[in-house]
Design a protein around this ligand. Structure first.
Ligand SMILES: [Zn+2]
Ligand SMILES: [Zn+2]
Length: 417
């Protein structure tokens, strides 16, 4: 037996945590290639399984990097490691998911990443102004998920057949969209439309965003389909629009959240602490309750009689494109009847809220799990959650030892809060 052979090993690693739908397998693939290791990686119902073989030193480096440099959306909770027999694989590959026990963690939905934003704003990109642009670092996850493991056929993207170009990106481990389950484009992905209760619907119109914003400029409230449900949207600087919204929604004084195109716009109407600023730009994009300043730009009907206001930045490309077109802050409040979960279905929207809203900017990617906006507040430098939901839910953690006490578990009654 040669010395070289003795120094070669094969290990099986089982990774638990948030490791599906976050670009983990391409990361493993690239890492294995970097250290000239062979074997394979796949998703199973419990997380990610890697079998990898090569020289001892490279294997150690591989495992070291795996723990330290994993993708930003991943969270490794534990790794089981086992030495197994060599099989002398000639390459490293990513193989199809195995459906076994279903215990893996699901990633929350994540706001548009910088790379996708740059592509969305690039006239020469094939996804220029595409309202559903996403990649393995951003986009919908939990809200489109129907079943585990997190694969396209288990999401509401199963109805969209990928075009050749998207499929190439999806199958290329070196591409940012490798196995990005919600991948799509103008040719193959979800489509926007405007649904009207009183007028004709508007479909496949390149000016659809202009048409939608015209309703808002006219002082109307429209609904917009977000990640986890519909928002009711109106001009945050228009008293009459606010008055009508409050009257029809029978919400006299309850404060309403406002969505701004960027943090500098928020700073014009609010005093922000360092913690608040960090929370506002965080990838989870929660609503942050902040102190108003003396600026009278926003309608006084947004948060009457209190010195605070809930502010947030857009989290989907659709919201971002709407703000680009409208150019002013928008009131964005959950579309629901009092105390009911956020509405996630077109028919339900007009059935329940036809007095409040008659126009909806919607699309054909179904929302599988309703998820309201998260709401957070800075209390002495610590973020305190008033509602932990979109961007953070489903949140999971491990107890570091088995509990001997009985644990009471309660359902969220269709709210992810
Ligand atoms: Zn992205
Ligand atoms: Zn496509």
């Amino acid at each position: 037996m040669s010395v070289e052979y003795i120094s070669k090993k094969r290990v099986k690693l089982h990774i638990f945590g948030i490791v599906q739908g976050v670009g983990f397998r391409p990361f493993v693939y690239q890492l294995a290639r970097k250290y000239s290791l062979n074997g394979y990686v796949f998703n199973d119902g419990g997380g990610v399984v890697i079998e990898v073989e090569g020289e001892d030193a490279e294997l150690s480096q591989f495992i070291h990097d795996l723990k330290l440099n994993s993708p930003s959306l991943a969270r490794i909770d534990s790794i089981e490691q086992q030495l197994i027999d060599l099989t002398n694989d000639k390459m490293f590959s990513i193989i199809d998911s195995e459906t076994t026990t279903l215990q893996t963690m699901v990633s929350p939905d994540i706001s548009l990443c910088d790379e996708c934003r740059a592509e969305m704003n690039d006239v020469n990109n094939r996804r220029y102004k595409y309202p559903f642009i996403n990649c393995t670092n951003c986009g919908p996850r939990y809200t489109i998920l129907n079943n585990l493991p997190y694969d396209r056929h288990n999401t509401s993207m199963r109805n969209f057949e990928m075009c050749d170009t998207c499929r190439q990106e999806y199958n290329d481990p070196m591409n940012r969209r490798y196995h990005a389950q919600p991948i799509g484009c103008y040719d193959c992905g979800p489509n926007l439309k405007i649904m009207n209760l009183m007028e004709d619907d508007v479909k496949n119109d390149k000016d659809i965003m202009k048409i939608a914003t015209q309703y808002i400029k006219d002082g109307k409230t429209i609904a917009i389909k977000g990640l986890g449900g519909f928002h009711l949207i109106c001009d945050a600087t228009n008293d009459d629009a606010l008055l009508a919204l409050r009257l029809h929604k029978q919400r006299q004084k309850k404060p309403l959240a406002v969505m701004f195109s960027n943090i500098d716009c928020i700073k014009k109407v609010a005093k922000l602490s360092a913690t608040e600023e960090k929370l506002i730009v965080a990838k989870e994009r929660p609503i942050v309750v902040v102190q108003k300043n003396k600026n009278k730009y926003l309608s006084k009907l947004i948060a009457p009689d209190i010195d605070r206001v809930g502010v947030f930045l857009p989290y989907t490309p659709l919201h971002e494109l709407l703000l680009q077109e409208f150019k002013k802050p928008l009131v964005a409040t959950s579309a629901n009847l009092s105390d009911e979960p956020i509405i996630r279905d077109d028919k339900e929207l007009f059935k329940k809220l036809h007095l409040v809203v008659q126009t909806s900017l919607t699309h054909d990617r179904e929302i599988m799990n309703a998820c309201d906006d998260s709401v957070v507040m800075d209390v002495c430098g610590e973020p305190i959650f008033l509602r932990l939901s979109r961007g953070y839910a489903p949140k999971s953690f491990y107890l570091n030892k088995r509990s001997k006490k009985k644990i009471l578990a309660l359902g969220a009654n269709q709210k992810n809060t």
